[in-house]
Write a protein that binds this ligand. Structure first.
Ligand code: GLN
Ligand code: ZN
Length: 764
């Protein structure tokens, strides 16, 4: 009999119960006891749900109050000194919250630990802080408590913990400046492994048979010493005497397959969604008594599984491996929404194509049962239903748009090249007549309660189209007048009509669907509801032209048209899996190309195409970067390449690690790029300096994440530093990012000073 298990379940709750409880607790409106009850209820409900669908093991340890890496860091007692935790006492929940978000109902606020993206997902984990000679101890008991909790409910459990090598890889510390793969970090294993071993011993003492240890770094390019460390680490952990399932996911193992050879673990999990081709190579190193767990249900996307295809992979192995064959989703289900049944507005056809975490468990059960000697009639029916739904999807007219496909085919011949920048900038300058150090903002202005109410009322029909339009026009007018008063050079319309920079465009494009409740945890209590791109992307009508043209009609200064770029829309959506991501991205690019041309025709002289997600699209393996960057750049150029030379194209990226992508950024060839740099003291302009980046650039002069109003001298100083690195004629003055989360008072004060700073720069 094949064993089924799950690597992790979303913890947030179908109605985002955890979010609500956490935020109420942080605000002082919920007791610690009530918060604890919410967590316990959610765990019980999720275990129950997983057990009911027939899993042989339910995961324990996947629940987290804020982030599972943070949970584990606190269990190891790795609490930075500024959180004033004595190394004797147990780490309490408020300390964990202070580490995650800087403050909690109890304890002194302190700078939160850094947060960053979990591999190539949109989930963020709290970065462990590493110190040489750090000592570790079991400082929390949640793992053991939750194992007992699940056992008391009658479940057969498989605890899930982050592997020591992945935990160290993700960690940072001033002493380890060489990046994630600094070999010096491996010295910490000395103190770390005894604690891991003790955890495993205690887990075993609770009657646990299997522990899943997650080492997703096996999907990365690992330096030799890290690869070699696996043997030692797992050799030591084996002494605890509990069976270990070593889990990899998100990427192919490639050369790391050799790490598995002879490794003293009792089983291995591999992601066959991302890397279907690695199966035989892994089988070749699998020991005679090792378990192989196949990830055949997509934990990263929302589509129904092609169970016939999954079966075709698993069936030959079922005979060969018997009960050493395990089946699972490809990775934790943390990355998909909880339950499709919570969607009340999706039509039946779309619904029949989708599968959220709860549905994926059913798929897993059907898959396993279909491999048994006598599959239940209900399984046969389910398989048949699934088959017909997927067949219908393949043929559905909603997915296939002949015009879009024809255009895509012809797109190779579409222009992407304008005249060289040096020539373009001359005609742009003739037209725009901007001063030295031109000032601008990134796009959004404060989203007041009034704006949000208008948008909501219009959406649910309480506000007429005409009333909504006039409310938005009023906002635009105020924002334009404000910018004129402050003295900015290139204005924006303020983005009041946009709830979200991806959702806004998705709602106006064909091929997108939206859920009511399809929340996925992003960080802490924050969730996002990614749009679903299910079909060919078409633009039935202009999307932003009326707003931008209205804004431009109010002023003689140039107003930037404001669009979200193709890569960013792709990155922040659930993307169809029946064609390569790059094909979908090109369709988005073509739709945006039309929008860009319409903006130009409407008299918009400056058009900004935001690509904040450009870098996060980089594949996990370096060998794949080139290919990605080629199509990502091509998509950007496809969106922008048709405009006249005098139309100025801007782009914006709100982060500052550009070393890996500077060449690609240059190839995008935007006339102006605005970036986030203020917190790095302009040091992160180094990539542009070294590359001798030729086009215009606006290094952000103040951090929009904080309400603090920057000093004029400070901004002048930053720009002077920038001017040491790049020609001053190429520099713009702007904030780090959009202002939508700021209040008006600080926005006005900051921009007035920013304009003074630019004036000071012009006259020195
Ligand atoms: N134009 C967007 C804004 O100003 C850009 C947001 C972003 O880069 N994330 O809000
Ligand atoms: Zn930004």
């Amino acid at each position: 009999m094949t064993i089924t298990h799950n690597l992790g379940f979303p913890r947030i709750g179908v109605q985002r119960e955890l979010k609500r409880a956490l935020e109420a607790y942080w605000a002082g409106n919920l007791s610690a006891q009530a918060l604890d009850d919410t967590g316990r209820e959610l765990r019980a409900r999720h275990w129950q749900l997983q057990a009911r669908s027939g899993l042989d093991f339910v995961p324990v340890g996947d629940f987290a109050w804020y982030d599972h890496i943070l949970e584990w860091t606190t269990l190891l007692g790795a609490v930075p000194a500024r959180f004033a935790q004595s190394d004797k006492e147990a780490v309490d929940l408020d300390t964990l919250f202070r580490m995650g978000r800087g403050r909690a109902p109890k304890g002194t606020p302190a700078a939160a630990c850094e947060m960053t993206k979990w591999f190539d997902t949109n989930y963020h984990y709290i970065v462990p802080e590493l110190v040489p000679q750090q000592s570790y101890r079991i400082a929390r008991s949640y793992l053991f408590d939750q194992i007992r909790e699940a056992q008391a409910l009658g479940h057969s459990v498989k605890p899930v913990i982050p592997g020591p090598l992945t935990w160290l890889w993700l960690g940072k510390g001033d002493a380890f400046a060489q990046g994630a793969g600094d070999v010096a970090k491996l010295a910490l294993l000395e103190n770390l492994l005894p604690v891991y071993k003790e955890v495993l011993r205690q887990v075993k003492a609770l009657g646990v048979e299997w522990v899943q240890i997650d080492e997703p770094i096996l999907g990365l390019d690992l330096p030799g010493p890290w690869r070699e460390a696996f043997e030692r680490v797992y050799g030591e952990l084996a002494q605890a005497g509990v069976r270990v399932l070593l889990a990899s996911y998100f990427e192919r193992l490639d050369e790391n397959i050799q790490v598995l050879k002879g490794l003293p673990v009792q089983g291995v999990h591999i992601d066959l969604l991302r890397a279907p081709d690695q199966l035989n190579d892994v089988l070749a190193v699998l020991g005679d008594d090792q378990v192989l767990s196949l990830g055949l249900i997509d934990g990263r996307n929302v589509w129904r599984t092609d169970l016939d295809r999954a079966r075709a992979v698993a069936e030959p192995l079922a005979a060969r491996l018997g009960d050493r064959l395990w089946l699972a989703p490809s990775c934790s289900l943390l990355h998909v929404p909880v339950d499709l049944d919570a969607e009340k507005e999706l039509d039946a056809e779309l619904r029949s194509w989708l599968s959220f975490a709860t549905q994926k468990l059913d798929e897993l059960a059907w898959l396993a049962d279909s491999l048994s000697a006598a599959p239940a009639p209900a399984t046969q029916e389910a398989l048949q239903r699934q088959r017909s739904a997927l067949q219908a999807k393949k043929e559905s007219a909603r997915i296939h748009n002949g015009a879009v496909q024809a255009r895509l085919e012809a797109s190779a011949g579409l222009a992407r090249n304008r005249r060289p920048f040096a020539e373009r900038i001359v005609v742009q300058q003739e037209k725009l007549r901007l001063p030295a150090y031109p000032t601008t903002t990134i796009g959004s202005f404060p989203q007041t309660a009034e704006i949000r109410v208008s948008r909501r009322d219009w959406k649910n029909g309480a506000l007429s189209d005409a009333a909504y339009e006039s409310a938005m026009r009023k906002e635009i007018e105020q924002v334009i007048r404000f910018q004129e008063r402050v003295g900015l050079d290139v204005l924006v319309h303020g983005e009041a009509e946009r709830n979200d920079m991806v959702e806004y465009f998705g709602e106006l494009l064909g091929g997108f669907a939206f859920t009511q409740n399809g929340w996925v945890q992003s960080y802490g209590s924050r969730c996002v509801k990614p749009p679903i791109i299910f079909g060919d992307v078409a633009r039935p009508a202009a999307m932003t032209v009326a707003w931008s043209a209205y804004a431009q009609s109010l002023t003689d200064k140039p107003v930037k048209g404001m669009l979200t770029g193709p890569v960013t829309i792709l990155q922040w959506s659930f993307v169809r899996d029946d064609q390569p991501r790059e094909t979908t991205c090109r369709q988005l690019a073509l739709a945006l190309r039309d929008e860009v041309l319409d903006l130009e025709a409407a008299g918009i002289a400056v058009i900004q195409i935001d690509e904040p997600a450009f870098r996060e699209g980089l594949p996990l393996r370096r060998a794949d970067w080139k290919r990605y960057l080629e199509w990502a750049v091509d998509c950007f150029r496809l969106s922008t390449g048709a405009v006249r030379d005098e139309t100025q194209i801007h782009t914006h990226m709100c982060y500052s690690e550009f070393n890996d992508i500077i060449e690609a950024i240059a190839a995008m060839d935007a006339d102006v790029i605005t970036i986030e740099t203020s917190r790095s003291n302009m040091e992160l302009l180094g990539a542009f300096e070294d590359f001798r980046y030729p086009n215009d650039i606006g290094p952000g002069v103040y951090d929009i994440h904080s309400p603090n109003v920057p000093e004029v001298e400070w901004m002048v100083g930053l720009m002077q530093k920038a001017a040491k690195r790049l020609p001053s004629e190429r520099l713009w003055v702007n904030p780090d990012c959009g202002l939508k989360t700021r209040g008006w008072a600080e926005t006005e004060a900051a921009l007035v000073r920013m304009v003074s700073a630019a004036q000071a720069l012009r006259y020195t």
